[in-house]
Design a protein around this ligand. Structure first.
Ligand code: ZN
Length: 162
């Protein structure tokens, strides 16, 4: 085990691209590489588990099944929203994404999937629910985490003080 290997409790800098349904939907090159604490679920489990043992400079493709990514599509997460609950200046359209409050006042993000006479059907699943995720990753840097970082479960870098 060297400092160049991704293991639990190392801080990893990772460049990646994310392809879903054949389209690149997110990417970070080496300059924009994300930094996270490995082994603390700072990233989705299906990706994290595939990084263990990778070396600095190594690249690979990782395929993550929906259940190890953003979950399966939950049929319960579809809901009818009465048109009367929409702000007057919003004209509902298919695929429109909206932020609504639930009964407890929490923010919920939903996407309109159909529009009826008095209500619309909204899908409150994560947009990547049910999707297979294809990551191309490259390990840019690895360092041991500090004791503080391990205790907090996240990376401390500039801009993060407490
Ligand atoms: Zn902290």
């Amino acid at each position: 085990m060297t400092d160049n290997t991704v293991t639990k409790d190392t801080v990893v800098k990772l460049a990646y691209s994310l392809t879903v349904d054949g389209e690149i939907i997110d990417m970070a090159d080496e300059k924009e590489a994300i930094e996270f604490l490995q082994g603390h679920r700072n990233i989705i489990s299906g990706l994290e588990s595939q990084l263990n043992g990778m070396q600095v400079g190594e690249s690979k493709w990782v395929t993550v099944a929906p259940e190890d990514g953003y979950g399966a599509v939950d049929e319960e997460a579809f809901d009818e929203v009465p048109l009367s609950e929409f702000p007057e200046d919003v004209t509902p359209e298919i695929d429109m994404e909206l932020e609504l409050k639930d009964a407890e006042g929490n923010d919920m993000y939903g996407r309109i999937v159909s529009i009826g006479e008095d209500s619309v059907t909204m899908d409150f699943n994560h947009p990547l629910a049910g999707k297979e995720l294809h990551f191309e990753v490259k390990v840019v840097a690895v360092r041991p985490a500090t004791a503080d970082e391990i205790a907090h479960g996240h990376v401390h870098s500039h801009g993060h003080h407490h």
